[in-house]
Ligand binder design. Structure first.
Ligand SMILES: O=P(O)(O)OC[C@H]1O[C@@H](O)[C@H](O)[C@@H](O)[C@@H]1O
Length: 252
């Protein structure tokens, strides 16, 4: 079925980097926030300033994970342990919440200024699934997921959304745990073994693998095919259009 085994009849997509061209926006906002923080820490302690690496650090500690987990994971990799703080903490406060809020303000500003573009191949793939009557879900750690889907004008192409807000409300563990993907499969009324997961993040393919999904498709936009396979992808493609027999066709 559309480049996948015949017993796959439900389709679960990550958002940032799979459906929309927003993974680089997130990576840039994370770098902005962490570098501001790390510079201040270097001034405060006299230790050298070592910037956040928007490829290696992003992939390892941040990509695909809930916002607070990204902040905590990267800082811990530098031996920095901050209090969680409070959702009301002002952006930039020296707490996990305060720094996460600064990062989110930057992402929202970048999205407002630049808009959001979907990947044409992903739009073509979603449309083909819709035309075949096959169920589709978006499973994202992002609390901004619904706004991004709307800004990219693809919200009408999916049946179910499980996002950072759903996960918080329903106490679902974030990726790399499988819980958000399993919740979406349940909502679509499909068993995981008959569903495919599409992911560009290492934490995301690990989540699909841990959930026992029938096929985990790694989307490699940055040259990390081997790492995606090592973390649980069954196959890796550069774009969803690669799975269509005739390419992307008329994308929009
Ligand atoms: O900060 P948000 O919008 O809730 O998103 C959380 C995470 O969502 C993931 O989709 C992104 O890969 C991460 O970069 C991002 O940090």
């Amino acid at each position: 079925m559309l480049g996948l085994p015949d017993d796959i009849h439900a389709f679960l997509f990550d958002l940032d980097g799979v459906l929309t061209q927003t993974a680089t926006v997130h990576a840039a906002a994370w770098k902005d926030m962490f570098d501001t923080f790390l510079r201040a820490e270097a001034d405060r302690t006299g230790a050298p300033f070592v910037p956040f690496d928007p490829v290696a650090d992003y992939d390892e500690y941040v990509d695909g994970r809930p916002r607070l987990d990204g902040t905590r994971g990267f800082l811990e990799s530098r031996g920095i342990h901050l209090p969680e703080g409070d959702e009301q903490d002002a952006p930039g406060t020296r707490t996990l919440q305060g720094l996460s809020r600064a990062k989110n303000d930057t992402v929202l500003q970048m999205i407002r200024e630049q808009g959001v573009e979907p990947y044409p191949g992903s739009v073509a793939y979603l449309r083909r699934l819709r035309d075949l009557g096959l169920p589709r879900a978006v499973v994202s750690s992002s609390a901004n997921c619904r706004d991004v889907l709307r800004a990219a004008r693809i919200d009408d192409l999916v049946d179910v959304v499980v996002d950072g807000i759903t996960a918080h409300r329903d106490h679902l563990a974030g990726k790399p745990a499988p819980d958000t993907y399993l919740a979406a499969a349940r909502e679509l009324g499909t068993a995981p073994e008959h569903a495919a997961v599409f992911e560009d993040a290492l934490a995301g393919v690990a989540s699909g693998r841990a959930g026992g999904f029938g096929t985990v498709v790694g989307i490699d936009r940055v040259g990390q095919a081997e790492e995606l396979r090592a973390h649980g992808a069954d196959l890796v493609v550069g774009d969803l259009a690669d799975l269509l027999p005739d390419g992307p066709g008329e994308a929009r």
